[in-house]
Design a protein around this ligand. Sequence first.
Ligand code: BG6
Length: 494
Amino acid sequence: MPVQPSADRRAADLIIFGGTGDLSMRKLLPALYHCDRDGRLAEDTRIIAMSRGGLDDADFRGKVDAEVRPALGAAEGWDRFVNRLHHVSVDVGGPAEPAGWDALTSLLAGREDHDRVFYLASPPMTFGPFCHSAYEAGLVTPQSRVVLEKPLGRDLASAQAINDEVGAIFDESQIFRIDHYLGKETVQNLLVLRFANVFLEPIWNSLWIDHVQITAAETVGTPGRRGYYDHAGALRDMVQNHLLQLLCLVAMEPPSKNDREAVRDEKVKVLESLRPIVGSEVDRFTVRGQYTSGRLGDETVPGYLDEPDSTRPTAASHRVETFAAVRAEVKNWRWAGVPFYLRTGKRLPARQSEIVVQFKDVPHAIFAGATPNRLVLRLQPDEGIHLRLMAKEPGAGEVTLRPVPLSLSFADTFTTRVPDAYERLLTDVLAGNPTLFMRRDEVEAAWRWIDPIIAHWEGSGMSPEPYPAGTAGPAGAHELLARSDRTWHEEAFE
Ligand code: BG6
């Protein structure tokens, strides 16, 4: 049975701009349904989708019923959820735009004391104009918050411009910049693992750790996304946000409390300690690739340039990277000399996101065949934590060593459903808790580090290295580690 709506949550109007788009239909609405089913929405909370769609409430409810419900199984409490849904048509930039804002104003009238959340599931260039229009329409109340989806700009200057525009209407405390990786269970568990256990902290430094690998590998390509992806690429789409956020959580100092500013202060310090990669160093410390046609499982899939799309490839399509790897360094006392290898790519052999902490060799080997300990935090799929230890194979005679895993599988250990990252983050937005959201200085510090890499790539006029779909990326990615006698952790790819 669905749980009854929470009596102690504040009722809110959640307005999703881009409410019938891919993100909303695939992620936000299913997550909100689960929040509702689990009693995490107040009785009176409403979800208002804004789109160009020309739909009324009944059309929108029908669309959600047809497109969202089938993936939700029994969907207990579905009718209650559907009754929360509304739709307002707004044709931004078109002659009918004022009518759209009038319709939203009437829907919100009399609810000025409710929390109001504007969720901008739309391209970043719409953020400033949306906030301005909402303000002009008199809809921004002291209880309002705004959620900005990534990417926040495409470089430091555009991110600053967006932050300025949004900041002219909303106070920083009202701005929630979302990075859905921070809502993933294992990512939050990383903080618990590090700061609620005593054994790791003394060895969590350059004395004991050889290097760290952070991988977000995907099997999906980019069909139908050329318009966005040609101008983004893997570095902007994944590294600037998701991978750097993971790096921060691995590298940050223990915050004095689990509180919104304390955690984010520590993350900013990590971003500001990243050693800049500039000029010709970019060629040494970064790799970019683009997938060509190849075999993925039983299928032959097209290369990036041949992906089905409504637009034809342009010069930008030829230059954009669908794979990026970077050797980063955090210049501080704890991490001096420890490389952080980041890598992400589309059309790799498996969907696998993980953080691998590779420890050093034992200082003095008395057994032959020992390999260093390795801690793997698996983000997806099969969330879990695995520590590779050396053990003796049973038997008399010579001592033979074998690496064995000490494993925690979340699915086996906890019987509760692992919620989608958006459930956690939407719950936090509705509760007004920004700890897991990026502050302005974090986003800007990340761009400050990324910009020179992109500038060098763009200035070099070189194309990304091709790699066939279904392989572990271009040869350069392997060389990046091989230069220092290291290899990527490929267990899930084998
Ligand atoms: C998004 C990127 O932020 O993250 C996508 O824009 C990518 O390109 C997605 O596919 C990956 O998210 P997840 O949760 O599936 O790892």
